[in-house]
Design a protein around this ligand. Structure first.
Ligand SMILES: [Zn+2]
Length: 159
């Protein structure tokens, strides 16, 4: 397992700013038979251990094991909102005061349905999909830049 550069520091800054950090991940490899649910859970547990070793943690992780072609449609595959709504219920977070971050449109589009702010990160697939990004979304070069935007936004009046 390899962490994205700056990931640990980004999580630390968000936690220190009083935000809950939630991972929402599409794991269609499970429906496609590329890995078992147990395999995925081992990876997720390993991630928790690695983050713990760095003295940070995510508050919750939610995953969709489905793929429409293999297991039919579902409400939890991003940009579906079911996993986010679970986080809202279980962690008592305000979806309209939340940030939806990732390197794919499906990571940021839930912001539109749930009322928060979507931020595309240019690392990973982000630079590739940026031309398709609607105007009301933000973009950052990397996860550190994402945290800068979030901290600035939280300090802005009216939010
Ligand atoms: Zn699903």
């Amino acid at each position: 397992m390899e962490l994205i550069p700056g990931a640990v520091q980004a999580i630390r800054r968000l936690t220190e700013a009083g935000l809950a950090v939630v991972l929402v991940t599409n794991q269609s490899g499970i429906a496609r038979g590329l890995l078992s649910e147990a395999d995925y859970l081992r990876v997720a547990e390993r991630l928790d251990q690695v983050l713990h070793a760095f003295g940070v943690h995510v508050d919750a992780t939610y995953y969709c094991p489905h793929h429409p072609d293999h297991s039919g449609p579902c409400d939890c595959r991003k940009p579906g909102t079911e996993l986010y709504l679970r986080a809202v219920r279980e962690l008592d977070v305000d979806p309209s005061a939340s940030y939806y971050v990732g390197d794919k449109l499906s990571d940021v589009l839930p912001a539109r349905a749930l009322g928060g702010l979507g931020i595309l990160v240019r690392t990973g697939y982000g630079a590739e999909v940026e031309p398709e990004l609607p105007e009301d979304f933000l973009v950052a070069d990397d996860v550190s830049g994402v945290v800068d935007l979030i901290i600035r936004d939280r300090g802005a009046p009216g939010r």
